[in-house]
Design a protein around this ligand. Structure first.
Ligand code: AMP
Length: 659
């Protein structure tokens, strides 16, 4: 197999602002290298030091890393702690009791503030309520809720009791919910009557009822319902309970149950592009350490910061950077119920201005959509809002195209805020490759360097490291504390998916293609390995061609896939969303020709798309990732028969199916 080629060159570089570096947690590259060297020198000692410094242990650990049953690694195994205790009780003890933990903004703009004291009391009352329903350590509880403080309360209450939660994103269908409930073996389901998004009430309880009616869910003896809207719901007496009733008259303290560091804090299902969803199992100790550590390193969190992560709590980003990381760090965070385009596409900027957000963390898909909206309507352009409170920006979830990065840096960050492009996965628990904003110089489109203690490398298909400048497969060479422990109920699949024998069985396979820069050693992610194109024997990542397209001033978003071609093996088919209305007829041919030449000039003739189709949008998962497998079918002219329950906007398939 020839390795992945890279043709796109990026020469822009942004140094960390000196006023940022001088007060950052990691000041300058010398400090970064010192941490990396410490980890190289004494790997276990490095992690043990941070675990002692950052977490409260009910019982200190004596062992750090156990590799005897690789790849089923364990960390701090004989130590005991409680995640909820670390997130809440510790803040009551260290002077944060009256500090605002969560600023909740509802879909309709209503704002409610919760101090650490109030949050702690709510979590304790709910944990006590769960106890009355017999929920205990070791049980699995599925949470299917809207973006709400109650969802954080539910997760924290489970953690407090030592019950393992499995949050299912509120946009999933009854079938997807059912699959997850049965796979994880849940004994209880926590949901809401309805959720509010973009001014509309959408049912949750009705979907939950449908899921439970599909059979095989007999173990779910309790359904607990948070009353969000007061909308009509079906009710099964004895099984269903209002969350509010369960909490009424409960004491507002509840002893946190110490659990082993390896106790599963949660199982989170990744949709995966094919096959059955994988239940990614995370630990308590290693996971929480990394959530806390990355709040310090990547986000450089300060006591007075207002932090806002816009991810849904149903995804790992919402777990680590809403439900656990900010609370463990004693931070104040904004939690938003709604969507970025309601009442208009200036909502994020308006909220940043009103809440004086200092650190803003969002996804490239949101940025690209907001660029398109801002360019179409001056009134909702970020320059219309006072964004001067911002000091740091972040992105995650997908590669960010250099032009989108530049727009974000210039228009949202005012050219003064570092942009942390954070590469990580559900399986990694927290950031893996990301700049440290007070140390790392930034290059648009690159997630830069691994965090200290993360041994990332790029290898060929036999597991041999490739020289910098050559594209290949991204791997992590040593276990790290917050890594996936197993796939729930399927250890064989865990081993095969993440530690494949083809690579020697010891390297963690992230599944992404990547390249390191010859001079800086910076990593750039080139897309999922499954998406790599092979055109006339040239293996190319989808990302480069997409970025070349997005760098054209007309283009808002692009996705590229291959389709079989008699001459070239694979031909490139690009699906493009313009910043203006979708072109038709002659105009579409003219713009397509212009874009083909543009890509030819930017990358080279080999990367010119054979076909370009225009759409109003692209098919995306509900977490905003482009579903290239569906686009591959469309490019081949196939009728879509695959499961599209994770698709946000099914209507778009019809439009894009026409060539
Ligand atoms: P998930 O587990 O759903 O969070 O998806 C993880 C995948 O998202 C990774 O394997 C990458 O393909 C992609 N991803 C996440 N963050 C980034 C990033 N900063 N740059 C490039 N790709 C990313």
């Amino acid at each position: 197999m020839k390795m992945i080629e890279s043709h796109l060159q990026e020469h822009r570089i942004f140094l960390p602002p000196s006023e940022f570096s001088s007060v950052a947690a990691v000041r300058g590259m010398d400090a970064y290298h010192a941490l990396c060297e410490e980890a190289e020198r004494d790997y276990e000692g490095f992690w043990a030091r941070h675990a002692h410094e950052l977490l409260h242990w009910h019982k200190p650990f004596t062992k750090v890393l156990d590799e005897s049953n690789a790849p089923f690694y364990t960390w701090f195994e004989d130590g005991e702690l409680n995640a909820s205790y670390n997130c809440l009780d510790r803040n009551l003890q260290n002077g944060n009791a009256d500090k605002v933990a969560i600023v909740f903004e509802a879909d309709d703009g209503t704002v409610t503030r919760f101090t650490y004291r109030e949050l702690h009391a709510r979590v304790c009352r709910f944990a006590n309520g769960l106890k009355t329903r017999g929920i205990k350590k070791g049980d699995r509880v599925v949470i299917y809720m809207p973006m709400s403080v109650e969802c954080v309360v539910a997760m924290q209450a489970c953690a407090r009791l030592g019950a393992t939660h499995s949050v299912v994103f509120g946009g999933f269908s009854a079938k997807s919910l059912h699959e997850r409930i049965t796979d994880v073996g849940a004994v209880a389901l926590i949901t809401a009557d309805e959720q509010m998004r973009g001014g509309k009430a959408l049912s949750l309880k009705a979907i939950a009822d449908d899921a439970l009616a599909l059979g095989g869910c007999e173990a779910v003896e309790n359904v607990i319902v948070y009353c969000r809207t007061g909308g009509n719901v079906g009710w099964t007496e004895g099984r269903d309970h209002w969350m509010q009733d369960l909490c009424a008259n409960q004491p507002d303290t509840c002893e946190a149950e110490p659990v082993s560091a390896e106790h599963p804090l949660f199982v989170l299902y990744t949709s995966g592009s094919t096959g059955k969803p994988k239940g990614v199992q995370h630990s308590t100790g290693g996971y929480l350490l990394w959530a806390r550590m990355t709040m310090k390193w990547t986000f450089d969190i300060k006591p007075d910061d207002i932090f806002w992560c816009t991810a849904d709590i149903g995804w790992v980003t919402g777990h680590t950077y809403i439900a656990y990381g900010p609370l463990a760090a004693g931070a104040t965070q904004v939690l938003f119920e709604g969507i970025p385009t309601y009442p208009d596409a200036g909502r994020f900027w308006d909220m940043i201005a009103r809440h004086k957000v200092n650190i803003f963390y969002t996804a490239p898909t949101a940025i690209r959509a907001l660029i398109k909206a801002a360019e179409a309507d001056e009134n909702i352009h970020p320059k219309q809002y006072d964004l001067s409170s911002l000091r740091l920006l972040g992105t995650a979830g997908e590669p960010i195209n250099p032009e989108a990065w530049m727009w974000y840096h210039t228009n949202v960050g005012g050219g003064r805020c570092p942009v942390a492009d954070t590469f990580w996965q559900t399986e990694t628990g927290g950031h893996m490759i990301a700049p440290l904003p007070g140390a790392t110089s930034l290059v648009p489109g690159s997630c830069t360097l691994p965090l200290p203690g993360i041994m990332a490398a790029i290898v060929d298909e036999t597991g041999q490291e490739v020289p910098h400048g050559n594209g290949g497969i991204l791997v992590i060479k040593r276990p790290w504390p917050s890594m996936i422990r197993t796939i729930w109920g399927d250890p064989a699949r865990f081993k095969k998916s993440y530690f494949p024998e083809e690579l020697g069985g010891k390297l963690y396979l992230a599944g992404d293609g990547s390249i390191r820069d010859k001079d800086t050693a910076y990593f750039t992610i080139m897309g999922r390995i499954d998406d790599v194109l092979n055109v006339s024997g040239h293996r190319m990542g989808t990302m480069e061609i997409e970025s070349a397209l997005v760098s054209n001033p007309l283009v808002a978003e692009a996705a590229v896939v291959g389709r079989p071609d008699d001459t070239t093996g694979e031909a490139i088919c690009a699906f493009v969303v313009l910043k203006r209305a979708r072109p038709e007829g002659d105009e579409s041919h003219r713009i397509a020709a212009e874009l083909r030449s543009w890509v030819g000039r930017e990358i080279g003739p080999i990367a010119k798309p054979k076909e370009i189709r225009f759409g109003d949008n692209l098919p995306k998962t509900r977490s905003g990732k482009i579903m290239r497998r569906l686009l591959r079918s469309l490019a081949k002219g196939e009728h879509i028969t695959q499961d599209i329950s994770t698709l946000e906007n099914p209507g778009i398939l019809e439009q894009l199916s026409q060539s």
